[in-house]
Ligand binder design. Structure first.
Ligand code: GRF
Length: 363
C-alpha cells in the first residue's frame, strides 16, 4: 500500500520499542474509519489520551469489503489514512489487508489496546484477543458517542425513511414473555410518536410471544440460549452473543421489556447509561418479581410503574420516570397489573424518546 500517510508495520514496531525504552506508552486501535464522523474523532482523542502515542491499524480496502460488504469502503485506504493523519491525536497509521489485526498486534505489541464500546473484552475477535494477551496489552473499551456511527451516517445520507429521519435511536428490545411493552413501543414508532428503529428483538425464551410478535412485524427476532447459571443470571456465552448481536445491529439503546434475566459485566459496561428497564411498582418499593401482587397484599392504596436505568442490581438503577396507579377496592392481581400495564405502554415510549434526546444533547 503506497501512501506517504501510511507507515510500514516494522518501522512502527521499531518506533514503539524506542518509545518503550523512554518509558512511553503506545496505544493501538484498529478499524475501518470509512466515513470519519465526530464519534470517531472523540474516540480517537480518548484513545490517544490513554498513552503517549496512538497508532491506528486501518483495515485495507479488501478487508473492509469482506467485513462490510460490496460498496464499501466508501474511501480508499490511502484517503482514509490521509484523513486520519490530519488529526492531531493520530501519530501513525498502518494498513492491514487481512480481516483481523492479529499480525499488526503481534508486530507492534502495544502497551494499550483501545476498542469502541460496541465491543466487550469478551466479544473481541478471539485471534486478536490472543495476540493482545501475548503482547501483554492492557485492553480498554471506550464508550461510543450515541447516534454517531458510520452506518447511522450512511442511513442519514440515504434519507432512510420519512418516519425515521435518522436522528432516532436504534433499539434492541429484550423480552422473555408477553411482549405488550414491545408492541406499545413498535406502535409508537409506527404512529410516528417515537422516532426510533427497532434493530433487533432478543429473547431468552424460544417460544415467547414477544419473539413471534416481532417476527410477524418482519423484525429481526432471535432466541438467545441463556445457559444454566442460577438465579436468572445469563451465562458467559449468552452475554457474549447478546453483545455481538447488539454490536452487529448497531444498537444505540437496549430496552428491557419483561426480560427476566440479569445482565452482567460486558453488556452493562458497553451500554452504560443506555440500558432501560420498566418495572411494575413505584421503585424503590417492591423490586423483583410480582411487584404488583406485593403492593396489593400490603394494603397499599397506590402503586405504579417506573422506568429506570439498568445497573448490576435488581431494579436498582437510576430512576428516569414514574407513573402512579391507584389500587382500587376489589382489585385483583390481574386487574391491577392490567391497569399498571396501560400506564407502562404510554410511559415507556415517552421515556425512551426523552432519554435519547438527553443523550444527544450531552453529545
Ligand atoms: C411488565 O409489567 C414490566 O413492568 C415487567 O414485566 C412486564 C412485561 O410485560 N418488567 P410485557 O412482556 O411487556 O407484556
Amino acid at each position: 500500500m503506497e501512501s506517504s500517510f501510511i507507515s510500514d508495520t516494522d518501522t512502527v514496531a521499531a518506533w514503539r520499542d524506542a518509545l518503550d525504552r523512554e518509558g512511553r506508552r503506545v496505544v493501538l486501535t484498529n478499524g475501518c474509519f470509512d466515513l470519519l464522523h465526530v464519534g470517531h474523532v472523540r474516540y480517537l482523542q480518548e484513545a490517544r489520551a490513554l498513552g503517549d502515542a496512538l497508532v491506528v491499524a486501518l483495515n485495507g480496502d479488501a478487508s473492509v469489503r469482506e467485513l462490510k460488504g460490496e460498496g464499501r469502503p466508501v474511501n480508499t485506504a490511502a484517503d482514509r489514512a490521509e484523513i486520519l493523519r490530519a488529526l492531531a491525536c493520530v501519530d501513525r497509521v498502518v494498513v492491514f489487508d487481512e480481516k483481523r489485526a492479529t499480525r499488526v498486534i503481534d508486530a507492534i505489541r502495544p502497551h494499550l489496546y483501545a476498542k469502541g464500546g460496541d465491543y466487550t473484552p469478551e466479544s473481541l475477535n478471539p485471534e486478536e484477543r490472543a495476540a493482545l494477551d501475548r503482547a501483554g496489552s492492557e485492553i480498554r473499551i471506550l464508550s461510543l458517542v450515541p447516534g454517531q456511527s458510520t452506518s447511522a451516517t450512511l442511513r442519514r445520507m440515504a434519507g432512510d425513511g420519512d418516519k425515521s429521519p435518522g436522528t432516532g435511536p436504534r433499539l434492541a428490545i429484550l423480552g422473555s414473555g408477553h411482549g405488550s411493552n414491545f408492541e406499545a413501543i413498535a406502535d409508537a414508532i409506527d404512529r410516528g410518536t417515537l422516532d426510533a428503529t427497532i434493530a433487533v428483538v432478543l429473547s431468552d425464551v424460544a417460544d415467547s410471544r414477544v419473539l413471534s410478535l416481532a417476527r410477524s412485524r418482519g423484525l429481526p427476532a432471535l432466541h438467545i440460549e441463556p445457559g444454566s447459571e442460577r438465579g436468572g443470571r445469563l451465562g458467559d456465552a449468552a452475554l457474549k452473543e447478546i453483545a455481538d448481536r447488539l454490536k452487529s445491529a448497531s444498537v444505540d439503546l437496549v430496552i428491557l421489556a419483561g426480560f427476566m434475566r440479569i445482565l452482567r459485566g460486558p453488556v452493562l459496561e458497553a451500554f452504560a447509561g443506555r440500558i432501560l428497564n420498566i418495572h411494575p411498582s413505584l421503585l424503590p418499593l417492591y423490586p423483583g418479581l410480582g411487584a404488583w401482587r406485593r403492593a396489593l397484599a400490603s394494603g397499599d392504596t397506590e402503586t405504579g410503574c417506573t422506568v429506570h436505568l439498568v445497573d448490576s442490581g435488581i431494579d436498582s438503577g437510576a430512576m428516569l420516570a414514574q407513573e402512579r396507579v391507584p389500587i382500587l377496592p376489589g382489585d385483583t392481581a390481574e386487574t391491577l397489573h392490567a391497569r399498571i400495564q396501560e400506564r407502562e405502554h404510554e410511559l415507556y415510549p415517552r421515556v425512551i424518546a426523552a432519554h435519547w434526546a438527553g443523550l444527544m444533547k450531552q453529545g
